[in-house]
Design a protein around this ligand. Structure first.
Ligand SMILES: [Zn+2]
Length: 289
């Protein structure tokens, strides 16, 4: 690998991310505070999970890291990529499986995407630091904040907590048959966020790597996410999401190829993920069917 890397351009992808069912996102360790109470993943008066909130405005948002992590996991599994266990907690139960290329050869010769000269997953979402040098990550996933319409609509609704509802469920102990209540905080169905990604395209030693080919993989990931869920409690029906008003445009042109500009021009009409995939082609559908 050489060190002469030039940014050829940047493609921005925008869409409205709408919760079709209640969204419980960010209820992990160490969430931000709400009115002096730390609510991220802690139990306060029986409230089990909490959505992550912007510490300045107190409004729920979808962290770019959560969205990117989910898209990465879904595309890794769809491509059947080699996974390694990354233990994040104390036990194996808390470990996550992530793709990591076995070495520099795999990283540079890659696979997973026809006509792309490198590991599509590692180039798009980033390579886990390893023993070989890596190129900059192509995709930047922004934090997604409420659309102004959602912010106004939810501010008017009298929900249990600001902008969120608390869903009560009962948990049945299978041994004792005792039922205990459980309360989950979530962004109500219909809540919508402005999602945005930037795809950076690079040349190495004067060779255009044609990173625009990664755009199809990102769109395919959005399609997989619509069939899956975002955030917690997905097996209970939470976190179904839908993308609409998809807009793709060149936000910086420092020498983009005709192919890249042509693809963006075709995709610029906006619309749904399915419509965009019909234009870009779905690299995962090809691999799977
Ligand atoms: Zn890889």
């Amino acid at each position: 690998m050489s060190g002469r890397i030039k940014l050829l351009g940047r493609i921005s992808i925008e869409a409205e991310l709408k919760a079709k069912t209640g969204l419980a996102i960010g209820g992990g360790d160490g969430g931000p505070s709400l009115g002096g109470l730390s609510v991220g993943g802690l139990s306060i008066g029986g409230l089990e999970t909490a959505v992550v909130r912007d510490p300045l405005t107190g409004e729920p948002y979808v962290p770019g890291s959560s969205l990117k992590g989910k898209l990465r996991a879904l595309t890794e599994r769809a491509l059947g990529a080699q996974l390694v266990a990354v233990v994040e907690g104390k036990s194996r139960r808390e470990s996550r499986f992530l793709h990591r290329c076995a070495g520099e050869k795999e990283y540079l010769s890659g696979g997973g995407l026809d006509g792309y000269g490198g590991c599509a997953i590692c180039h798009l979402f980033g390579a886990i630091p390893d023993r070989y040098p890596v190129y900059p990550t192509r995709l930047v996933t922004r934090d997604a904040y409420f659309t102004s319409a959602s912010r106004q609509a939810l501010a008017k609704r009298r929900t249990e907590l600001p902008f969120t509802e608390v869903k009560s469920e009962s948990i049945l102990d299978r041994l004792t048959a005792a039922s205990s209540p459980r309360h989950c905080e979530r962004v109500p169905a219909g809540g919508a966020f402005d999602a945005r990604w930037e795809l950076n395209l690079y040349a190495v030693d004067g060779n255009d790597l044609h990173d625009e080919k990664l755009l199809g993989l990102l769109l395919a990931g959005l399609g997989l996410l619509e069939e899956d869920y975002l955030g917690g409690q997905g097996s209970r029906g939470y976190g179904r999401v839908e993308f609409s008003g998809l807009k793709v445009k060149v936000s910086h042109d420092g020498g983009l190829s005709a192919e890249a500009k042509d693809l963006v021009a075709k995709l610029s009409a906006g619309g749904t993920v399915a419509a965009a995939l019909a234009i870009s082609g779905n690299p995962l559908a090809k691999a799977g069917s």
